[in-house]
Design a protein around this ligand. Structure first.
Ligand SMILES: C[S@@+](CC[C@H](N)C(=O)[O-])C[C@H]1O[C@@H](n2cnc3c(N)ncnc32)[C@H](O)[C@@H]1O
Length: 191
């Protein structure tokens, strides 16, 4: 990981720790574990939420997802600027994932096969969590579509009440020890 990248990330975290949610980008191992989950999920667009400096984006591209199949939503303008330069051909929307429906409509409402999220869901608060998940499952293409999320916590990063209300089943699929801190990748689908 480049020192410059780490500095950018740390700077963002110092400005708004709860909204950035991590002091350093995810490890390549965590990024690859997230990317593996989108395999065989259809041929639609992969919507990435909270790409930051783009470690998961890079892993998705490396996995064989074509740049035009990726749509990134990132709130921080300096990360968006970096992502534009780093991944030509990948669409980057600067905006709040809480307004996902609006943002995706603005991008032409493509067919979405999976949502891959690195958002700090647990610290966003239940209202914003609800908006993000409700919109994600509304725009996902089919019942097979899924929401992939990592967490540093022991339990589900989606609040159990919300999970019940939205009719979702969640499953921890991979534990990644080689990350600071260690993380677990979760998979959510419509029950
Ligand atoms: C934990 S970092 C993950 C960055 C990167 N994907 C990684 O794995 O290293 C969370 C990212 O989500 C972004 N973010 C936080 N809240 C957001 C929101 N409401 N809408 C869009 N992006 C958001 C932050 O700016 C940050 O880039």
């Amino acid at each position: 990981m480049a020192i410059q990248e780490l500095g950018l990330f740390l700077g963002s975290w110092l400005r708004s720790p709860l909204k950035v949610g991590a002091v350093a980008p995810s490890s390549d191992m965590l990024a690859r574990a997230m990317a593996r989950e989108v395999d065989s999920l259809g041929d639609g667009v992969i919507l990435e939420l909270g790409p930051g400096t783009g470690v998961v984006t890079r892993a998705l591209l490396h996995q064989g997802i074509a740049p035009e199949r990726l749509l990134l939503v990132e709130r921080e303008p300096h990360f968006c600027h970096l992502l534009h330069g780093r991944f030509p051909g990948v669409r980057v929307i600067q905006g709040d994932a809480g307004k996902l429906g609006e943002l995706v409509k603005g991008a032409g409402s493509p067919k979405i096969s999976a949502v891959v999220s690195s958002l700090p869901l647990l610290s966003l608060g239940i209202g914003l969590q609800r908006d993000i998940l409700r919109e994600s499952f509304r725009i996902l293409d089919s019942d097979k579509g899924c929401f992939i999320q990592f967490t540093y916590g022991f339990g589900s990063p989606v609040h159990p009440v919300l999970q019940r209300r939205l009719g979702l089943t969640g499953l921890p699929v991979t534990r990644v020890l080689w990350n600071i801190p260690p993380a677990v990748v979760w998979h959510y689908r419509k029950a």
